[in-house]
Design a protein around this ligand. Structure first.
Ligand SMILES: *Cc1c(COP(=O)(O)O)cnc(C)c1O
Length: 377
């Protein structure tokens, strides 16, 4: 702040076609916006209790079940408030007595804090690592909910999702997949709740939470709803379950968010499904990490290759390079939101590699960064 951005103009032929590289809200495909405009007169501004909007919700729920290859009995629930609201809903309606949390960044720590603050459940077991790595779940007697994060958006660390072997029978695996859902591969039989918000890989807007729930998770929700635990209605997953089964939400949703999320799911399915989307992310990841590995001034922040996220890349720079200045120059040239996660406090750029982002544009971005570094030195 207060330091003016160097006046550097990136040549047009280096620029990406689309300059949006933010980790959320993230790039919305222009085609989806055109579809929204086309549908607007009979969709926007109409009742979410009537057939048109309910059909859109059903398309979204069915599309996600297909995208994730959900086994029989898994159901898609949705409600308002985004992932942050879902954490509170989960402390009320999914954690029975005691949860275990893997804390390896800002987002994973927030759910752990929400559980630690909740007076109606026991003190959670929190397993932490330094940012840049992820811990593993440790099976423990008395833990009924293992809380994992598929992709820690603040650091660019991804983990593969597996049930902890030797966990108590009936314990659930809850996975925050906010920046992973629709971009990273996973096996739904290894988890019970895969929850997210659609402003990341689903190229939509914020404000909604979506959760793919296993039969065991549904049973837990129904049992807690039938018990005597006080639960605010807005966070009551029993109420969300009833409404979702009718292709509705408990209160009014943002119709634009529903529409754009459905468009993105359909676009991925039309192009070959999760393998197509994950394949695009793989290509973008190979480009940016390959570039950083070979770079004189840059290195991938996440040292272990298998922990490097294919949906969010974090790239550290050496002391000769001021990453904040690079991000500011990029911004002046229409390349947006490459700043790092603020609380991580590193000399770093963070770049979303979500499926809507063209791998060619990621390659163009690396050339733009090289140009800016060259001009700054
Ligand atoms: C963005 C994000 C969140 C927060 O989502 P909101 O919809 O803003 O509440 C939570 N977890 C992860 C992993 C995220 O990337």
């Amino acid at each position: 702040m207060g330091v003016s951005t160097p006046d550097i103009s990136i040549p047009d032929d280096l620029l990406p076609h689309d300059g949006r590289f933010g980790c959320g809200p993230s790039k919305v495909r222009p085609d989806a916006v055109d579809m929204l405009i086309g549908s607007a007169p009979h969709f926007l501004g109409t009742s979410h209790r009537q057939a048109t909007v309910r059909f859109k919700v059903s398309e979204l729920r069915n599309g996600l079940a297909e995208l994730f290859s959900l086994p029989d009995g898994y159901e898609i629930l949705l409600g308002n408030g985004g992932t942050t609201a879902f954490w509170d809903a989960a402390t009320f309606c999914l954690i029975d007595e005691r949860s275990q949390h893997l804390d390896f960044g800002e987002f994973s720590s927030k759910f752990a804090k929400a559980a630690a603050a909740a007076p109606h459940i026991g003190t959670p077991e929190i397993i932490s690592t330094d940012p840049g790595h992820h811990p593993l779940a440790v099976p423990m007697a008395g833990i009924d909910a293992y809380c994992l994060t598929h992709n820690e958006t603040s650091t660019g660390v991804a983990m593969s999702i597996e049930r902890p072997h030797g966990a108590d029978d009936g314990s659930l695996v809850l996975v925050d997949a906010t920046s992973a859902a629709g971009g990273l591969r996973f096996d739904p039989s290894e988890l019970d709740v895969y929850y997210f918000a659609p402003q990341k890989c689903l190229a939509s807007d914020g404000g909604l939470w979506i959760a793919a729930c296993s039969p065991a998770a549904i049973e837990r929700i129904e049992r807690i709803a039938a018990g005597d635990r006080w639960v605010p209605s807005f966070l009551d997953l029993g109420i969300a379950l009833e409404n979702s089964r009718k292709d509705q939400t408990y209160n009014t949703p943002a119709l634009t968010t529903l529409f754009l999320a459905t468009e993105q799911v359909q676009w991925i399915l039309d192009n070959g499904g999760l393998e197509f989307a994950a394949g695009r992310c793989d290509r973008s990841a190979a480009t940016i990490y390959g570039w950083a590995d070979a770079h004189e001034h840059a290195t991938p922040f996440v040292a272990e290759e298998e922990m490097r996220s294919h949906v969010v890349a974090t790239i550290d720079f050496d002391d000769d390079t001021d990453a904040a200045a690079v991000a500011a120059v990029l911004r002046d040239n229409g390349i947006l939101d490459t700043e790092p996660y603020r609380k991580l406090g590193r000399n770093q750029l963070r770049v979303a590699l979500f499926p809507a982002i063209d791998p060619e544009d990621v390659a163009a971005l690396t050339r733009c960064i090289d140009f800016v570094i060259e001009q700054l030195s």
